[in-house]
Design a protein around this ligand. Structure first.
Ligand code: FSO
Ligand code: SF4
Length: 548
């Protein structure tokens, strides 16, 4: 195996024996094979689009297949085998339809279109030949992978929006065209860079679509204090990002005596008006994803993963028989709740019956944290915020959105937040917030010093806020605002968020805790020269730099 798609890539280079994330060699290879086959399916599908037709089944397959290969989403070998078999069937179906339409020539014809097998052994053999190193040139490889990872992030957000009935065929078309572009040996580095930037603008589109899906369905997030203690009922802990799954679960647990808590990235759900109505939706349990192995032991109840970040349980874990997955998430041995059929709710009855037999959660902390500062809520407070900036009460905003991770070096973000001067405000989104959202950082004239917009996809909210402030202050350039960007990344959804910010012209973003291993020195140089992207150093040095 070779994988370097996330921030934890072994030794800052890539995982070769087993993923630091826990992904095994065979699963990593099958993920490579699936990506390879999805390029073939996409080549056929793009050709079909040219005739004015499309197959919704293919859009769903590509979106879901990409999402399943994101870091920490799916570790279940059998699910990848099934997906690979589905790729063969879809190739067949697309070829037949194209033949009916008289289309025989497929540009960028991928060798994967000529390869097929029925055995897992042959899949495993083939997988070893189609990984990242099948592109020889280091810079082209880097750009192809950067594009692929951006598209994976895009797919994740598109899937959440689609689950709520919001779709945009342009996004599906771009995912497929982007995958096909990675097969094209005639594309120059500049052309691939152009596609990477286009991927960023698609990122803005998908986040806007998901924002519309979430807020039209569940209302605009409101300032909310979220309980982090526990109650006495047995409970289900829901993790991941999918709000439709949460909604189905809340509906089905109502009146059963089973409480529902959020974990990690599901925390912001408490701020949506629709979800606030459920009295058994009682709070958030624990912290960012990587603390789950410790926290799930104490939760005592049933755990449901709707997406990443799933950490394989230790061999002596006591909670392994209480975990379920659904959607793109998967882990061999954890029961998987099937997809919804024709938009009908998923069936969570198995989890609910299981939860009833469990003990109530053990309290690990007490108190409340505040959230709900998505764009509508912040813009409702715009006058207050603008006055605070004009009077000098707020000197600078720090966008510290992104992801958390288990590396010790991530303490940087806690210390950075602690050492920020009292006339600064942190704008956050994503699980990065857990590094400082429980610190007593206070407020500035009633404006909390940590404004949490929500999940990583709600970084879109931060963009809306920045653009509105630019307008209010009559500036021509978003980079003239008193906003600094000190972003923490971990996996591929953070890649699409970063590309989206670049496509909006945001410059001088600092990215940590380390720069991506998949950036070749030349590609990194392009990002530094054109966008001022930089890494992080020490808290004190960076504070000096940011505060000028
Ligand atoms: Fe975090 Fe995981 Fe939301 Fe990611 S829980 S790391 S960028 O999946 O998606 O922020
Ligand atoms: Fe390594 Fe990250 Fe790939 Fe997992 S996803 S194998 S940790 S680079």
């Amino acid at each position: 195996m070779f994988c370097y798609q996330c921030q934890e890539a072994a030794a800052g280079k890539g995982c070769t024996v087993k993923g630091v994330c826990g992904k095994t060699d065979d699963v990593a290879n099958l993920q490579d094979l699936l990506i390879y086959l999805m390029k073939g399916v996409s080549a056929l599908s793009v050709r079909l689009h040219e005739t004015g037709e499309e197959m919704p089944e293919v859009n769903k397959f590509i979106t879901d297949g990409l999402f399943m290969t994101i870091t920490n989403a799916n570790f279940d070998k059998q699910r990848f085998v099934k997906k690979i078999e589905k790729a063969f069937r879809l190739c067949e179906k697309l070829r037949n339809r194209l033949a009916e339409l008289g289309v025989l020539y497929i540009p960028n014809h991928c060798k994967c279109l000529d390869w097929k097998t029925k055995t897992i052994e042959k899949m495993e053999e083939k997988a070893k030949l189609v990984g990242i190193f099948s592109t020889q040139n280091e810079d082209i490889r880097s750009l192809r992978e950067l594009l692929t990872y951006g598209i994976k992030g895009l797919a994740a957000y598109a899937e959440h929006a689609a689950n709520l009935g919001y779709e945009d065929t342009e996004l599906y078309a771009f995912m497929q065209e982007g995958l096909v572009a990675t097969l094209n040996d005639n594309l120059s580095g500049d052309e691939l860079t152009g596609l990477v930037l286009k991927c960023g603008s698609m990122g803005v589109k998908v986040m806007a679509l998901l924002d519309k899906a979430n807020t039209s369905t569940y209302g605009n997030p409101e300032i909310t204090k979220v309980n982090i203690g526990v109650q006495n009922n047995p409970a289900i802990l829901i993790s991941g990002h999918d709000l439709r799954d949460l909604h189905d679960l809340l509906e089905q647990t109502e009146g059963t005596g089973v409480d529902v808590y959020t974990h990690s990235e599901m925390l912001p759900a408490h701020c949506y008006p629709t979800f606030k109505k459920y009295s058994h939706f009682v709070g958030n349990y624990g912290n960012a994803w990587w603390k789950q192995t410790e926290e799930f032991e104490k939760f005592n109840g049933v755990i449901l993963f709707t997406t990443n970040c799933l950490v394989p349980p230790r061999s002596n874990a006591t909670y392994s028989d209480r975990v379920y997955t659904t959607g793109s998430a998967g882990f061999a041995g954890f029961p998987h709740i099937a997809d919804r059929i024709n938009g009908q709710p998923k069936n969570f009855s198995q989890l609910i019956e299981h939860a009833k037999k469990c003990n109530a959660p053990t309290e690990i902390e007490k108190g409340e944290i505040m959230g709900g500062f998505a764009h509508a809520q912040v813009l409702a407070l715009a006058d207050k915020v603008v006055d605070a900036v004009k009077s000098g009460a707020i000197r600078k905003f720090f966008v510290m959105a992104g992801c958390d991770g288990r590396m010790k070096s991530r303490d940087y973000y806690t210390q950075f937040a602690e050492k920020l001067p009292h006339d600064t405000v942190i704008l956050t989104a994503g699980c990065a917030k857990y590094r400082y959202n429980k610190l007593p950082l206070g407020d500035i004239g009633g404006i909390p010093r940590v404004l949490d917009a929500g999940q990583c996809n709600d970084s879109y909210s931060l963009v809306v806020i920045a653009l509105k402030l630019k307008e209010i202050f009559g500036l021509n350039d978003v980079n003239d605002l008193p906003i600094a960007y000190n972003i923490a990344w971990y996996e591929q959804k953070a890649v699409i968020v970063l590309l989206a910010l670049l496509s909006l012209g945001v410059k001088n973003i600092h990215l940590g805790s380390t720069l991506p291993a998949f950036l070749s020195p030349n590609v990194a140089k392009v990002l530094v020269e054109n966008f001022g992207i930089a890494g992080i150093t020490t808290v004190d040095e960076d504070l000096k730099l940011f505060l000028g």
